[in-house]
Every structure is written in structure tokens, then in C-alpha cells.
Ligand binder design. Structure first.
Ligand code: GLV
Ligand code: MG
Length: 373
């Protein structure tokens, strides 16, 4: 079925609440640091006990109710999240710059409806973003959009909740642009490599990251059997390049944010960093963290490096009014490279505003830069 513009809501209707008494929809998604979205199981007492101590140390804390939470813990997880939201709100200074998100159960599960109903009516004023898994098309977002408006009205919320969809089915991939455009609540998309691999029937058995079998090999020196079987350089390729690139375009063209998702090999901090960096370079603004060790990796990778910020600031200073071309260290810089540098400088400023350690590093180079110039 192709899009039928005659039947679509008008652009103006998009910014009217979908229920009487619900808050006015957002016209823009706020740019807040979301480098690491740290997943925790609110039904796990050991994990839950650590959460108050993590406030202020991670950009996003996400109470996970979906996969990785056992079926007979679903209710405890939902109730645990309500408790944690209230307890952390009561800390001196509340949660500060740390946002609270949740991942609810999928819309086809027996728990999804009650997750939304309970969380929005009990702690809707504490939540920033609701992550919806296994989103297949705009119809899933429309359902959540209307339901949230009803629940917001019932709870008397004054701020609309945002929605984040996980891209983890082939149909979701095919509909990615429509999903991003389906509601003004849409905040972003994450890649769900494990479910997506299963749905696509990719022949992998891991949670995110690459695969040693997915590679390209150097040509043989000639067509002889000896040359074919001789040692030849081979390079592992990125299984997720197409998917992440497509997700980035869909998000950016709709004014929302793209994220990598889970990296399951907690011990392999090196490959985790590589996967996160690939996503950062392709345009993602953050990733999930499944273990506290991944928070530091994500914060490091999704913050522009000191060298990049130094260079970007030099280009901005050298480009004056932003038009024309200049040579810096033998390289041509022009209006377009300036725009890339402005992305870096803008991101560095946003992050420095909430991360005092990072601010110190960026400020140190600003001072050195003054001396060098
Ligand atoms: C995440 O939910 C995934 O399926 O990878
Ligand atoms: Mg999944």
C-alpha cells in the first residue's frame, strides 16, 4: 500500500493533543546528552540497589521491562521501576542531568498495555522517554501516541512523553522512514541487532558486533591452487553498516536521534569500543550500556575527542564568515568542512555543559590553542 496524502492528518493537526486534556505535542526534540543509555532490570534487587549511586554518572538510566526480564518477574520489574523513579526523584537534587527512560514490553505481549498504563499514571512526570520494542510500522507508533495522550490526560501531565522505537524486524527496517515521521513524540531509534538478526534470518548467534565469517579477501596472486590456498590478507567487514546508515538518514531527515543498541560481549571491551565508534562516526549520538563497564566506553566514544574539537575550533576560527576556502596544515577547508566542524563544536559544548570532566579537557585545549596562535 502506498502513502495516500489525501487521507493523512494535516501538518497542523500533528501538533494538537490526541486526547482532551493531554499536553501540547513538542515541535522539537530537545538535544540532551544521551551517550550511554544504561539498562537495568528493576526486578533485580542487586541491580536496583546500585541505581541511586549511578545518578549523575550516566546520561540515561533505563528501567528495562522487556527481553532479559523473566516472565515471572515482569510485574516485579514494573513495580520496581515505579519505586526507583520515586526514590531517585527524592534524592537531593533529584536525578540532575540523568534522564530516566523505560523499555516497555512489546505491543503484542500480555504486558505492554499494563506497562504503559501503570508507568504513565504512576510516574509519568518522572519519565523522559518510553522505548517501544519491535516496532513494525507507523501503525504501532499511532497506537502508542493516542494511548499515551489518553494516559497523560488521565494523569494530569503537563509535559508530553517522548517515544523511542527499536528497529529490530525486517518490516520495521522497510518502514523506517514512516516510523520516524509517525508522531511528534518520536525522539529516536535504536538498532536491535539481536532481534533483527533473528528476524532477517542472518546466520549469527550473538548480540551485536561483527562476525569473523563476514569478510573480504585479497585476490590470489594467480589462478593456481597453490596461490588460492596460500595465506591471503582478509578483512572483517561491518555487518551493520547498511542498517545503521539507513537508520541515521531516516532519523536525521525527521529531526530525531539515532543510536546503536546492545553489545553483548561484556568482556570484549575493545570490540565494543570499535562497534560504538563505528556508530558514532556514521552519525549515531549514543548507545546502550548493558554493564557499568560499557558506560565509560560509551561516554568516551560518543564525546568528540580533544583532537577533533581542537581541529574543529581552528577551522571555525580560520573560516571567518563561513564562506570561501582556506588552507590549514596543507588541507583545504571550505563551507562544507566548516559545517562538519560546527557539528563537533556544537556537540562538545552540549556535552561540556553537563560533564565537568569533559569541560576541563576541552577548556585545557582552548587555553593551549590561545598560546599556540
Ligand atoms: C535488542 O533489543 C536487540 O534485539 O538487539
Ligand atoms: Mg530486542
Amino acid at each position: 500500500m502506498t502513502a495516500n496524502f489525501a487521507r493523512m492528518r494535516s501538518a497542523k493537526d500533528f501538533f494538537r493533543p490526541l486526547a482532551v486534556g493531554a499536553p501540547t505535542p513538542l515541535t522539537e526534540i530537545p538535544a540532551r546528552p544521551t551517550r550511554a543509555i544504561h539498562f537495568f532490570d528493576p526486578s533485580n534487587p542487586k541491580m536496583a540497589a546500585k541505581i541511586p549511586g549511578m545518578v549523575g554518572r550516566v546520561d540515561v538510566l533505563l528501567g528495562n521491562l522487556e527481553d532479559a526480564v523473566k516472565a515471572d518477574h515482569k510485574l516485579a520489574a514494573r513495580e520496581g521501576l515505579v519505586r526507583i523513579a520515586r526514590d531517585t526523584a527524592a534524592l537531593g537534587g533529584g536525578r540532575g542531568p540523568t534522564q530516566l527512560w523505560t523499555r516497555v514490553n512489546s505491543l503484542d505481549s500480555p504486558w505492554g498495555l499494563d506497562d504503559l498504563t501503570t508507568l504513565v499514571t504512576e510516574i509519568g512526570d518522572q519519565l523522559d522517554v518510553i522505548m517501544v520494542p519491535k516496532v513494525e510500522g507507523a501503525e504501532d507508533i499511532h497506537y502508542v501516541d493516542r494511548l499515551l495522550a489518553q494516559l497523560e490526560a488521565k494523569a494530569g501531565l503537563t509535559r508530553p512523553l517522548m517515544v523511542h522505537a527499536i528497529l529490530e524486524t525486517a518490516r520495521g527496517m522497510v518502514n523506517v522512514e514512516e516510523i520516524c515521521a509517525a508522531s511528534p513524540r518520536m525522539q529516536g531509534l535504536s538498532l536491535g541487532p539481536a532481534d533483527l538478526a533473528a528476524d532477517r534470518r542472518m546466520k549469527t548467534t550473538r548480540v551485536g558486533g561483527g562476525h569473523p565469517g563476514y569478510l573480504v579477501r585479497e585476490d590470489p596472486t594467480d589462478g593456481s591452487g597453490e596461490a588460492i590456498h596460500a595465506a591471503r590478507a582478509s578483512y572483517q567487514q561491518d555487518l551493520w553498516h547498511y542498517t545503521i546508515s539507513r537508520m541515521v538518514d531516516a532519523c536525521v531527515s525527521n529531526g530525531i536521534y539515532p543510536y546503536y543498541g546492545p553489545f553483548g560481549d561484556i568482556a570484549d571491551v575493545v570490540a565494543c569500543e570499535d562497534q560504538f565508534r563505528n556508530a558514532f562516526l556514521l552519525g549515531c549520538v549514543g548507545t546502550w550500556s548493558l554493564h557499568p563497564t560499557q558506560i565509560a566506553i560509551a561516554h568516551r566514544v560518543f564525546s568528540p575527542s580533544v583532537q577533533d574539537v581542537t581541529h574543529a575550533r581552528r577551522v571555525v576560527a580560520a573560516m571567518g564568515d563561513g564562506t570561501g576556502a582556506v588552507m590549514l596544515d596543507g588541507k583545504m577547508e571550505d563551507d562544507a568542512s566548516l559545517k562538519q566542524c560546527l557539528v563537533m563544536v556544537g556537540l562538545a559544548e552540549e556535552l561540556a555543559a553537563v560533564d565537568p570532566e569533559l569541560k576541563k579537557q576541552y577548556d585545557a585545549i582552548a587555553d593551549q590553542g590561545e598560546v599556540a596562535r
